[in-house]
Write a protein that binds this ligand. Structure first.
Ligand code: B12
Length: 291
């Protein structure tokens, strides 16, 4: 069955797949503890040490983890255009990845197994599962790094009660050059295993109520942040894409109605936060340009 699943994913263009035995991962106590001890946790973040998903899980035995690469764009954009981070440039990955995962979950359901699709919409630490599945290693920047895709991929998971032959963690390691730490605009990357989610610019530009101190971090990349990925030497092999991307002509930007915003952007991942956050960030960047 393992091979059949791998083949089904391959037909969908996905070739990085791993299988993990679901259990209570004791080592997370240490890492979660570190993350959350200093109030670094944001409302977007998942998991608790006593998370039932890992502790008392009786529904599922395994996680099938898959990586889906996304295009890497350059931040070399004309100064009067705002843009969104690479991960938000294409059609929403939640839509694409869930469709692909559905084929596998249907396959498992037909065989009489349980199957639950997870892409960001769950309490699971997806990076950790992908790490356990042997699909990558942790960078100092806290992103998971795959030897072929660098950091430019999304993670999708299927939980199932089926049992498989499982994969193992790979031995590779981050070069620990420290460029991500030096270049992180919010100083979110601490370098000692901790990540201050509240200072990550990707968090700041997605949150609803921003303080005036936080406004200082709004820049040309108005949604998400690519800096810790751009400077990472593990991404040197990832080609920079020249395709069209979402660019916003800031000086000529006109206020949009919700309906127009949805018509134009509803299939992009950045639209999840709605028009207000999008326009707020454009306006802050516009004011900075005018100064
Ligand atoms: C909340 C969230 C955010 C928040 C907080 C990010 C953060 N670092 O926690 C914000 C909005 C800031 C964010 C930003 C981004 N995110 Co995000 N995010 C999530 C989400 C929904 C939950 C993450 C979470 O709370 N994890 C729990 C915490 C405790 O994990 P952690 O911070 O990674 O802490 C672990 C590490 O410290 C780890 N660890 C560190 N070193 C080592 C070493 C070893 C050996 C071990 C065992 C463990 C370990 O141990 C901790 C526990 O596992 C996940 C989807 C999901 N459900 O997992 C996507 C996810 C992590 N994000 C993703 C992406 C693409 C991004 C952005 C690149 C988007 C962008 N361009 O702006 C940035 C990158 C920021 C960064 N450097 O991490 C991808 C990651 C892809 C990848 N290659 O890693 C995910 C998996 C979404 C997906 N389905 O693909 N994100």
């Amino acid at each position: 069955m393992r091979n059949e699943i791998i083949e089904l994913f391959k037909e969908e263009g996905l070739s990085k797949i791993g299988f993990v035995k679901l259990e209570y991962f004791k080592e997370l106590e240490e890492t979660y503890y570190l993350q959350y001890k200093y109030e670094y946790k944001t409302e977007f973040q998942v998991g608790n040490v006593d998370d039932k998903t890992f502790k008392n899980n009786t529904l599922f035995n395994s996680a099938i983890v898959v990586l889906m690469p996304y295009k890497r764009y350059s931040s070399n954009v004309k100064i009067d255009c705002a843009y969104v981070a690479s991960s938000f440039c294409g059609i929403d990955y939640h839509i694409i990845l869930k469709d692909k995962l559905k084929l596998i979950s249907d396959f498992l359901l037909k065989l009489g197994f349980k199957a639950k699709i997870c892409v960001d919409n769950n309490e699971l630490d997806e990076r950790y599962l992908a790490y356990k599945a042997g699909l990558g290693f942790y960078g100092l920047n806290h992103l998971l790094i795959n030897e072929e895709y660098g950091t430019y991929f999304f993670i999708g998971v299927i939980l199932t009660d089926a049992v498989f032959e499982y994969d193992e963690v790979k031995g590779e390691e981050c070069l620990k050059c420290g460029k991500c730490i030096k270049n992180c605009p919010g100083e979110a990357i601490k370098g000692n295993g901790m990540f201050d989610g509240k200072s990550c610019v990707s968090y700041i530009n997605q949150k609803k109520n921003m303080t005036s101190r936080e406004e200082r971090f709004i820049n040309q990349c108005i949604f998400g942040c690519d800096i810790c990925a751009e400077v990472c030497p593990h991404n040197d092999k990832v080609t920079i894409c020249e395709d069209e991307r979402v660019l916003i002509d800031v000086k000529n930007y006109k206020h949009m109605s919700n309906r127009n915003f949805n018509n134009k952007y509803k299939n992009y991942a950045f639209s999840w936060r709605g028009r207000n956050v999008f326009e707020r960030n454009i306006n802050i960047y516009k004011q900075k340009l005018e100064k």
